[in-house]
Design a protein around this ligand. Structure first.
Ligand code: NAP
Length: 336
């Protein structure tokens, strides 16, 4: 292992002391992880907070085998040490990374294929807000959903970290973007980000609104994190040959739907979860993002929407904010 400045043996990390509410997130002293072959150690400067962290804290989303038990799916910072077989990265490089866990800490080890340079001009807190959402949206909207220029994307949860990313990327790549969100303030934020139509789902039926906005055709791709009764309604809102991509089921994973719509409209209903995928799969997404999205981040054509930044030791407050549901965009932990 190669390292620059002396790396301490111990670090502060935020652990899940037991499954439960935000206050179970507690600072602990842990060993600094050692990078193995193909891995690098990052001195974390900022860590992104994501809804799956909340699920993990509650005990509903256990880390995959081999991953850290600490929460945190993304981080930014400087390369502090290199495992064997690393050619691209050097000690001190400013990077951001998708992590399989362990981002809520002063140091995290990651596979080199999940690491990207800081987008040009980005602060660490901004860069930490990028990986989880950009990897997820890239794969699910563009690769799995096959969204093309001129097509219509319907994205539910438009003001979420995922939603704000999907709106900006789909719009930047020439799609017509329709989104749903739960308040006027959230809808206005989505429109500012480039959505062509924002539907307040508490006041309007999204199926009727999507039909209205597309001259009756429906959406070519639907990115859904809601599930429940949205499953049947997505089939209604989809266009002929539409692709519905499920990335969560916050309203329930069991639903009743008219499946004849799949045949009649020749729909594809698919979905995925990012965290358990292989390092090779994640490296392929990282390469696509660096080629096609990093230039857009560098010119701020797309950028993470920053909601709130909390110190690492106040991670519980970040989770409280996320669960209150008032946030728009990303919540980040500062690990200075
Ligand atoms: N499959 C994957 O690989 C993957 C990866 C990352 C994240 N995810 C999932 O993607 C979702 C967004 O993640 P995030 O970190 O961006 O979370 P987030 O910012 O907390 O967003 C959650 C969003 O869900 C919406 N929502 C929740 N319940 C709803 C309901 N009953 N009806 C309509 N909208 C509802 C909220 O919208 P309103 O406030 O407008 O109601 C909010 O915008 C989460 O469910 C997360 O688990 C999946």
């Amino acid at each position: 292992m190669a390292s620059g400045q002396k790396i301490p043996a111990k670090m502060t990390a935020i652990a899940i002391s037991e499954p439960g509410g935000p206050r179970v997130l507690k600072p602990e002293t842990r060993d600094v992880p050692m990078p193995g072959p193909g891995e690098i150690l990052i001195r974390v400067r900022a860590a992104g907070v994501n809804r799956p962290d909340v699920q993990q804290r509650k005990g509903a989303y256990p880390p995959p085998p081999g991953a850290s038990d600490l929460p945190g799916l993304e981080a930014s910072g400087e390369v502090a040490a290199l495992g064997d077989e690393i050619s691209r990265w050097r000690i001190g490089d400013r990077v951001c990374a998708l992590t399989p866990g362990g981002g809520y800490a002063e140091y995290v080890k990651v596979h080199a294929g999940s690491v990207l340079p800081l987008p040009a001009g980005f602060t660490h807190t901004e860069a930490a807000a990028v990986p989880e959402n950009y990897f997820t949206v890239w794969h699910n909207v563009f690769e799995r959903g096959g969204l093309k220029r001129g097509e219509t994307l319907l994205v539910h949860g438009g003001s979420s970290g995922i939603g704000t990313t999907a709106i900006q990327l789909a719009s930047a790549f020439g799609a017509y973007v329709i989104t749903t969100a739960g308040s006027k303030e959230k809808c206005d934020a989505c429109l500012k980000l480039g959505a062509d139509r924002a539907i307040n789902y508490r006041e309007e039926d999204f199926v009727a609104a999507v039909k209205d906005a597309t001259a009756g055709k429906g959406a070519n791709v639907i990115l859904d994190m809601v599930g429940g009764d949205y499953i049947a309604r997505n089939y209604e809102a989809a266009a002929i040959e539409g692709r519905i991509v499920q990335i969560a089921s916050q309203s329930g994973a069991v639903a009743s739907a008219d499946f004849s719509k799949i045949m009649v409209k020749r729909l594809t209903h698919t979905g995925s979860t990012l965290r358990p995928r292989t390092v090779e799969f994640k490296a392929a997404i990282a390469a696509a993002l660096e080629a096609q999205v990093w230039p857009l981040l560098g010119t701020r054509k797309v950028a993470p929407v920053m909601d709130m930044i909390y110190p690492l030791t106040d991670a519980w407050r970040a989770h409280e904010r996320m669960e209150e549901g008032e946030h728009i965009g990303k919540i980040v932990l500062d690990v200075a």
